[in-house]
Design a protein around this ligand. Sequence first.
Ligand code: BGC
Length: 478
Amino acid sequence: MRTSGGNGAVRANSAISRRVIGGAAITALGGLLFGYDTGVVSGALLFLHHEFGGLSNIKEELVTSLLLVGAMAGALLAGRLADRIGRRHTILITATVFVVGVLLAAFTPSYAVLLIARVVIGLAVGASSLTVPLYIGEAAPPRVRGGLVSLNQLAITVGILVSYLVDYGLSSSGNWRLMFGLAAVPAVLLFVGILTQHESPHWLVEHGREAEARSVLARLRPADQVEPEIAEIRDVIGQGRGGVRELLAAAIRPALFVGVMMAVFQQVTGINTVIYYAPSLLHDAGLGASSALLANVGIGIVNVGMTIVAIRLLDRTGRRPLLICGSAGMAIGMCAAALAFVGGAHLTSGRAALAIGALVVYTGSFAIGLGPVFWLLISEIYPLRVRGTAMSVASMANWGANFVVTVSFLTLLTAIGGTGVFFLFGFLTLVALWFFIRRVPETKGRSLPAIEADLRRRQQQEPPTEQQLPPGPVGHAA
Ligand code: BGC
């Protein structure tokens, strides 16, 4: 009897795990599209160059950067929408916008329509950058939430790598339309996949649909955890929905500040100068085109590989150790890259090897820390009633900072050279490290309502004189 009961429990638990992991994997297709659509343009540009009567540098820059502008708007709209109509419907709309955008780009009759298509794709990229971690985070059991939410970051890195490989594979035909258009496949899969999923239990409770929340949770948790979790969510709902004004309320400001600063640091420490420009940099440094592309694929593989390591560690070591060690590694990588460029942009083979090694150390360190931890933390530290809106603000800050760095990088490079730029990123990484050590809370293994209750309690205990999150891990709160 006992054995068959035990087997029954094991079977039930593995069905639960399958549903939780399956749902997270489907949702993470949004991350794949984020990575693919931001990565694909670097290769596509090589062939777009001669289209539409020839593209000037400015026209090329617009094709790249208008996606980032669209992403800011998408992040802004999606948070409010996710709070209002639900996470699931917002992702369904996002997938539809993805399909429309990539098809418009693939079949564009003119340069102007291509620009519109890039903005439309950007809207979807920005929307999915926050709805994916939000939705996965609310469905995930606390014990494994770090790894599951970071499937999103893994999907982003895989999307970037796949885009490099597609660009490389299609380079002989120069078929840039197909490069853009292939993204329609994961977009349709995302739409169909989300149709099979249920609304977030957190959102359902918040909207007074407790019976539905209970039945959704029953599919995602062992039976004895359903009622406590419902009660916990109900507890933190408090006085109802918070709008933009509430974001500035004293209780929420500290978390908002941490999220926005992490967003900005994730970008101003230079990741996308490597992701978007590494091949051009290495090519200019004297590497042949195919060696530069190969080195780039190598960087992409390290990015994916170290993200897998992070997923395995986030729920064991916690978020802070990875964030702190990863940021230290990024600073070392950037300073080594700066040294490789001392003496000019053209590198000897020894210094080219140092530059590639440095970029690999830098990217690997980003992938194990700041890459996944930023998107994870912003899905964890905000109170339920403003979660979508607050995540919007952090994601918008991320896309805004990405835009500023991306459009100014080449100008900066001309003005202060590789050494200057990389030392600047190295210095900013050290500032980020100092901030993370002082301000970023530990959230490992704690339920979202518990993190929220803790942040609030700490806030009440120590009335804020400035934007302040408890220094050190929240997890060690008394
Ligand atoms: C960042 C992106 C970046 C990617 C690289 C993400 O976490 O938000 O801007 O391109 O990581 O892997």
